[in-house]
Write a protein that binds this ligand. Sequence first.
Ligand code: DNO
Length: 347
Amino acid sequence: MKLGFRWYGESDPVSLDSIRQIPNMRSVVSAVYDVPPGEIWPLESIERVKLACEKAGLVFDVVESIPVHEEIKLGGKNASKLIDNYKENIRRVAKFGIKCVTYNFMPVFDWTRTSLDHRHPDGSTSLVLYPDELAGLDPQHDDISLPGWDASYSQSEVRRLLDAYGELGESGLWQNLEHFLREIVPTAEECGVRLAIHPDDPPYSIFGLPRIVRDEAALDRLLGVVDSPANSLCLCTGSLGCVPTNNVPKLAEKYAKRDRIAFVHLRNVQILPNGGFEERAHLSDAGSLDMFAIVKALVDNGFDGYVRPDHGRMIWGETGRAGYGLFDRALGAAYINGLFEACEKMH
Ligand code: DNO
């Protein structure tokens, strides 16, 4: 496996020099952050990220994410122009050595939580989703802003988008995803890039918005649209694994065997009796997921792609971007190294 660490660019409080000191750290997972979704990434901006990583002794070969514009997901009138821009971005990052591009097809909001700094008994804080805090909120009528949501949307835009997605429904969203894949996968193939779709987080509808990349049936359907390693998955254990119906070790086994996992986000969650979940330390014992079983399934089935520790807790007084501090993600990386070393030696 090729170990990576997400870095939010020059404004990230976590420095590349600190990332470099994590044992076995190889790749930086990053993006161009100074361009709105849908636009073409300037070559200089991509080059700046690459040079900064190289200067720190790291490789920039995974992009997370090239965002997919809402018009593409909605199949709007500018979709085809925006898909052309997307293809151009794939070509551009490939020129700078990128091998894997992560993206998602979640309408309006990427991941959703009710709190980003829930305090645990040991004093650490983490992201959580408590369903009772979502119930009773109606974005059609209430002015709501949940942590992590894109603040650049006004409430009226959010309502317009909710209406548009309401009309589109799951089947319309699937059609638009299928069209998008048929368009962009050949470009990725030509450029030697593997596309890695991130599952919906959490993998169920929120506020009536269709969310479709959520379970084994959906992953099968998606991979079948274009049967190519360029059309692959970002297996995010915490996103898929926050519902008990997704058996993450089984998914890891199935898709690693078919060589359709390009990227893995490893983190643990504790599923709560009321259907919510709390993000926890990476260790199996800390949550509901058997991280050993997941890594073993990957290793036993020939997985050799990119892996990164996903969200960490905030510990040791660190402050910064929720889920993306240095300390707990570094502990996660050390644990991931241990799991892979053990599984590879046993294999
Ligand atoms: C959350 C991340 C996601 C992910 C995107 C990929 O922390 O895992 O925001 O980057 O969904 O497009």
